[in-house]
Design a protein around this ligand. Structure first.
Ligand code: SAH
Length: 262
């Protein structure tokens, strides 16, 4: 053996011994054994436990697009940090799910911009357990946000395919407190009225009377109203006995509420 090789081997051996000493001194953390039968969480809860590559994108969405623009309701912010928005958009838009924009969901419809979802959710001023009616289920995202905030949600969608897809998606994700109906939401969902809050996510050119009728005393209706294909105004109406107070919120752009006069 030549001298240089011998020296190299000696150095390697010394390094190995040093490594062995370091490893032996490392504290091995006590291992917790999993329970014999681990109840497997379902739906959104299960999703939260699996590695979620979009968690940080979602946090940024809430901080930069929503909280930074003045939405303060902690429950809205928390809910939107939790609902996996990327599972509510078509596959080819997944990488844009947390962008500051509405996205197409098929059938000429869109999932609303995250900021608008947040503003409307905040305006509803709901408490956990309140019953909320949504007109325009679309992807089911807004309904999921309200469910995550603790609401009992009744949601109506007029396009059969979207209604069916949203219903399946919400069930898969474990949102059992969302109830779906395929119908013309202009007429609300009388069976479960009155509602503490009603949110309309498509724009009619006037306020549908059935929705005001289905609102509880003290209830809030948040709705964009305006001409088709142009900007509309987002309104908040508060029912007080026979009176309805109107608050103008801001300009918005929604798909039209389609409605056939019965
Ligand atoms: N809230 C949805 C986005 C709504 S897009 C989401 O979070 O994804 C507006 C939806 O309203 C569309 O799906 C459209 O089909 C639906 N819509 C339009 N007119 C309607 C009506 N009269 N009744 C119920 N839904 C209607």
């Amino acid at each position: 053996m030549n001298k240089r090789l011998g020296r190299s081997l000696l150095v390697i051996m010394l390094l190995l011994v040093a490594l062995a000493v370091v490893v032996s001194r490392l504290r091995v953390p006590a291992r917790r054994l999993p329970p014999a039968v681990s109840p497997s969480p379902t739906g959104a809860a299960a999703l939260r436990l699996t590695p979620d590559p979009y968690r940080s994108a979602r946090s940024h969405m809430v901080e930069d697009q929503i909280a930074a623009r003045g939405v303060k309701d902690r429950r809205v912010l928390e809910a939107m940090k939790n609902v996996p928005r990327h599972l509510f958009v078509p596959e080819n838009y997944v990488d844009h799910a947390y962008d500051d924009t509405p996205l197409p969901i098929g059938f000429g419809q869109t999932i609303s911009q995250p900021y608008i979802v947040a503003v409307m959710s905040e305006l509803l001023e709901v408490e956990p357990g309140d019953r909320v009616l949504e007109i325009g289920t679309g992807s089911g995202y807004q309904a999921a946000v309200l469910a995550e905030m603790g609401m009992e949600v009744y949601t109506v969608e007029i396009i059969p395919e979207l209604a069916q897809q949203a219903k399946e998606r919400l069930r898969r994700l474990g949102y059992t407190q969302v109830h779906c109906l395929q119908a013309d939401g202009y007429y609300g969902w009388a069976d479960h009225a009155p509602y503490e809050a009603i949110i309309v996510t498509a724009a009619p050119d006037h306020v549908p009377q059935p929705l005001l009728q289905q609102l509880a005393d003290g209830g809030r209706l948040v709705i964009p109203v305006g001409p088709q294909g142009s900007f509309q105004t987002l309104w908040k109406f508060v029912k007080q006995g026979e009176e309805v107070k109107a608050y103008e919120i801001m300009g918005v752009l929604f798909v039209p509420l389609v409605h056939e006069v019965r």
